[in-house]
Design a protein. Structure first.
Length: 595
């Protein structure tokens, strides 16, 4: 006989061949979706007591806000921790049972009158696991001391399981738990168990198409107002129907205070049940992080991961994702996290490192960002979808290619032409003057070597070959605001123009002093496999053609990607970032991490 749950969460099959016990006709059996096909049936009997990478039931942290009941941060004096605590797993109510993992207790025939059973999570983190039983009037929380009746056990019991929290520190709890069924009947005790694990919080990669683009609000900043307008227009021209989502903060760097990820578990028919997660950067004094709680809603949660103060190394522009691959005898079906370590006491905060290590799914790769003033990996590297065997390439900001654009123009007799087409902002240098600047050339040689060092790390870890590397023209120089960062420098007024509403919070920068000379083309938004939004280059314009932009677009075109340019010079570039730094993206969930 087949029994389907009323919620459609899974299928339960009774078996006539269960082993007999002295007290009653069938030994207790608790089943979950151990084989990960989205249903619970007798195929889940095997190897269910121990969770493994290739087999084991998965559950979600039920941290969304299905009814939008949680307060908005701007209308609340709640602390950050109190804001985070408000979600669908708060307390013992079944607010969002659609995100429960299905679990079943098999029907037990021949139970003596008065038999009872209890079900409880065991092991570290057991307090995070919520168990609910479905009865005629709905879902009821099942506390460890609660008992199931003999009648319920005889009919079979439908359970729903979720977690109050994500995995944060594997040393404290790795997300694994065992549900233990204990039946007491006729003076005897019988047990059975099933292992489960909370789904890891995974980060998106650029082989997944963007579904939603985010930017902060502009306030009085006209340059940023124009940036958002241009971004919206470009996304519409590309065909992304969803308008830009404005985050309620004046913090200009949308990439830095949040990273969008997700949790997923199997659903029937090969589908996935997904919980989106906005991860707040480990910068507790960065007020923009509170605005993320405005985004919480049905199927969307917010997670804070600690940290200390506002260090640039802890910004999520310093966090990217290598797409899925296999190399060196290992498979990474969800890819791998990368982040930069600036050293000299400016490594990413341990809370950040611990959190991503604890997910056990995107083993981090560490790069060197000690040579940069902002110290973010997105200043010089990105991963792009490509129609090759691997499915993607590594793109790097390539100094020789950037210099070649200028040298080629010089060879063609344009050396006296302005090196920048934007004018002003101390950009009145000619191509000849730029190429003759020995200090600038030295700084770019340093940058070239550091980029190549980081590329060698990535190639060794991923198996990427030289023909799978896209070299995108770009140059570096000493940050114009670097002098004010020196310990013995006099305090200076904020580098932000007075008409901006952006917060002037104390920031700890990297130990290096290099930053993008021309807007960094690799610092843009990968919309989908064919379209990329980059910052306008403002390179030398010869006969109406921006030579730097032409060279950059040609590089992306070589792997089938069309570039779209928007101006970020006054909105972002002058302050140390570009289009990627000022935006964020939520993406399609296409890959089941457990396969």
């Amino acid at each position: 006989m087949l029994l389907r749950s009323a919620a459609g969460a899974g299928i339960l099959a009774a078996s006539p061949a269960l082993a007999a016990s002295p007290a009653f006709a069938a030994e207790p059996m608790i089943l979950a979706d151990t084989n990960r096909d989205g249903i619970v049936d007798m195929a889940d009997r095997e190897s269910r007591s121990v969770w493994a990478d290739e087999r084991g039931a998965i559950l979600l942290a039920n941290i969304g806000d299905i009814a939008n009941r949680c307060p908005a941060p701007a209308q609340s004096d709640l602390s950050d921790d109190e804001l985070e605590a408000c979600n669908d797993a708060q307390g013992n109510e079944a607010r969002a049972p659609e995100y429960f993992a299905p679990v079943r207790v098999m029907p037990m025939a021949g139970l003596p009158q008065g038999a009872t059973a209890r079900i409880a999570a065991t092991g570290a983190g057991a307090q995070n696991i919520r168990i609910f039983v479905r009865r005629e009037d709905g879902w009821h929380y099942l506390a460890p001391e609660d008992r199931l009746s003999a009648a319920e056990l005889a009919a079979g019991v439908e359970l729903g399981v979720d977690s109050r929290d994500v995995v944060r520190d594997a040393a404290l709890w790795d997300g694994r738990s065992v549900l233990e069924l204990t039946v007491n009947a006729a003076g005897e005790t019988f047990t059975d168990s099933v292992a489960m694990r909370v789904a890891p919080v995974l980060l998106h990669d650029h082989t997944q198409d963007a579904t939603r683009i985010f930017a902060p609000k502009s306030g009085r900043a006209q340059a940023h107002q124009q940036f958002v307008a241009d971004l919206s227009q470009t996304l519409g021209d590309i065909g992304l129907e969803e308008p830009v989502t404005i985050i309620d903060t004046f913090d200009n760097w949308a990439q830095d205070f949040v990273e969008f990820g997700y949790m997923a578990m199997p659903a029937p028919g090969g589908a996935m049940k997904v919980m989106r997660v906005a991860i707040r950067s480990p910068q507790p004094t960065r007020s923009a992080g509170r605005a993320l709680f405005d985004l919480r809603g049905p199927g969307m949660g917010v997670v804070q991961i600690g940290g200390d103060n506002y260090h640039q190394a802890d910004s999520f522009g310093n966090l990217e994702t290598v797409p899925p691959y296999a190399a060196n005898g290992r498979r990474y079906p969800s890819g791998r996290v990368i982040y930069g370590d600036a050293g000299d006491g400016l490594s990413p905060h341990r809370d950040m490192v611990t959190f991503f290590e604890a997910q056990e799914a995107q083993d981090p790769i560490v790069l060197d960002t000690s040579w940069l003033v902002i110290a973010h990996v997105d200043e010089f590297v990105q991963f792009l979808p490509a129609d090759n065997e691997r499915g993607w390439v590594i793109a790097i900001k390539d100094v020789p290619a950037g210099l070649e654009v200028l040298r080629d123009a010089q060879r063609r007799g344009h050396g006296s032409h302005p090196a920048f087409s934007i004018g002003g902002d101390q950009r009145e240098l000619s191509i000849d003057e730029v190429l003759a600047d020995e200090d600038l050339m030295l700084k770019n040689e340093i940058a070239r070597r550091r980029v190549e060092l980081n590329l060698s790390i990535l190639m060794a870890e991923t198996g990427v070959t030289p023909d799978e590397v896209l070299r995108v023209p770009g140059l570096f120089h000493t940050a114009e605001f670097a002098a004010s960062l020196e310990p013995d420098a006099d305090e200076e007024a904020s580098m932000l123009p007075p008409d901006l509403d952006w917060p002037r919070e104390e920031i700890v920068y990297g130990p290096g002093r290099l930053i993008a000379y021309y807007p960094a083309a690799v610092n843009g938004v990968v919309v989908d496999r064919q379209n990329y939004i980059m910052p306008s280059q403002w390179g030398p314009a010869i006969d109406g053609t921006d030579l730097m932009s032409e060279a950059v677009s040609s590089a992306y075109a070589s792997i089938g990607i069309t570039t779209w340019s928007i101006d970020d010079w006054h909105s972002h570039h002058l302050f140390g970032g570009e289009v990627h730094c000022g935006t964020n993206a939520m993406r399609e969930v296409t890959q089941a991490w457990w396969r």
